[in-house]
Write a protein that binds this ligand. Structure first.
Ligand code: ATP
Ligand code: MG
Length: 392
């Protein structure tokens, strides 16, 4: 479907109120915005990325920095206060109040009391049992300066990047990956400690194989979906990408029925018990790599220039966004941290035009407000100085 045909039918979604409490450099911050692009400018260290990170915590996962929860609490906060983010999400005609933060749990044992911090999530004032519930209300796609190294480093961040793209379409994927990780940890610990009887280990391997095959199938589907979309609606400015998966289980799924792959995966895990004991890596969906190619140049992303790599990432994100709008009728919120650095003038202007044409909420940070002058009157401008915000 051409994008021009779908804009009229989408439910525009985004954050219209954001409140932060004891969140990194903010003792408290409250802001109300519309659903158009929001440009946040300010000097280094003024708190731009922290706002984007806080929004990313309104979706499942560990936020756009992948930080430890304890690092987020404002260092100067009172000992008994903890951080929280609350927001109003507008989606079509509906509004939802969602929030997340940390709660200190105190457990009384017979001889001592122990306390630990736990992430909590509230929807319309009610605590929900899983942070995965957030995915029903808000979907966000982010691009950060740390991701400039996405193609050059090890596969783990690329895999997480892909998994996030998958669960924007398929919420179950977040559950599957969390479940797989949990099972893997248990299996790993049992084997490392030399504990665990054969029956218990086999039961874990059976569950890991089942969720692993579902994870691999969902990743393959997403990669195929995006490749099809890019084939049909190539971008006119940003380089078009070709996506591939490099993983044992993903390869098997393309060759044999899922039920057979599950059995092979189970046997593979069983045969690797020994390798794990000797500290070798275990093969499976936890090792899959997500490969991106510059399609026209037939060039692997890791061999492209810095600016090209940034453009390739933007290419993936634009394709995902358009595909998501076409498939679900609802837009993701874009969190674009310092996105214009490394882009030449043509690409910078093209990106801003495309964001406007997509008619969605994008939060864009920069140290230089001037770069965004083409958006005057069409975007909201927030200027930050040392954690203090002025809305222009
Ligand atoms: N837990 C914390 N408590 C207090 N301050 C923190 C905490 N974590 C980070 N900060 C501070 O928050 C400030 C703003 O950080 P942020 O990353 O948002 O800046 P920025 O505006 O994006 O800067 P840049 O332009 O360099 O990217 C920094 O000075 C940082 O040291
Ligand atoms: Mg920053």
């Amino acid at each position: 479907m051409a994008l021009s045909n779908i804009n009229t039918t989408i439910s525009k979604a985004g954050v219209t109120r954001l409140s932060l409490f004891e969140y990194r450099n903010y003792e408290s911050l409250r802001l109300n915005v519309g659903l158009n692009p929001i440009i946040i400018t300010g000097e280094n260290g003024s708190g731009k990325t922290n706002i984007l990170e806080a929004i990313s915590f309104l979706t499942p996962g560990r936020g756009l920095r992948g930080s430890k929860l304890a690092d987020i609490r404002r260092l100067q906060a009172d000992e008994d206060s903890n951080w929280a983010v609350a927001a109003t999400i507008s989606k079509g005609d509906e509004q939802f109040e969602i929030g997340t933060g940390i709660e200190r749990i105190v457990r009384e044992d017979y001889d001592a009391s122990r306390s630990y911090d736990k992430r909590i999530v509230k929807i319309d004032g009610n605590k929900v049992s899983s942070q995965l519930e957030l995915g029903r209300y808000l979907s966000a796609i982010w691009l950060t300066p740390q991701m400039d190294r996405l193609f050059r480093g090890g596969p783990q961040p690329r895999r997480s990047f892909l998994d996030r793209l998958v669960y924007d379409f398929d919420m179950e994927h977040a559950k599957r990956t969390a479940q797989f990780e949990h099972l893997y940890k248990e299996w790993y610990q049992l084997l490392k400690q030399g504990q665990g009887d054969n029956l218990w280990l086999s039961s874990l391997e059976e569950q890991m194989a089942a969720s692993g095959v579902a994870i691999a199938a969902a990743r393959l589907e997403q990669v195929a979906k995006l490749n099809r979309f890019i084939e049909k609606e190539p971008d006119d400015v940003f380089p078009n990408v070709r996506l591939e998966l490099d993983g044992t289980i993903e390869r098997m799924i393309e060759e044999k029925p899922a039920i057979e792959v599950e059995e092979t995966y189970r046997n593979l895990l069983k045969s690797q018990r020994r390798s794990l004991f000797y500290g070798e890596t275990v093969d499976g969906v936890n090792r899959t790599d997500f490969k991106v190619f510059y399609k026209d140049k037939k060039m692997p992303a890791e061999l492209c220039s810095t600016g090209e790599q940034k453009s390739l990432l933007i290419g993936v994100i634009l394709a995902q966004t358009k595909c998501q709008i076409a498939d679900t009728g609802c837009n993701p919120v874009l969190l674009l941290d310092e996105v214009v650095s490394h882009l030449d003038e043509i690409k910078r202007e093209a990106l801003l035009n495309k964001i406007q044409a997509l008619n969605l909420q994008a939060w864009i940070t920069s140290t230089d407000a001037e770069l965004f002058s083409p958006l005057k009157g069409k975007a909201e401008f927030l200027a930050l100085h040392d954690g203090i915000l002025s809305q222009k």
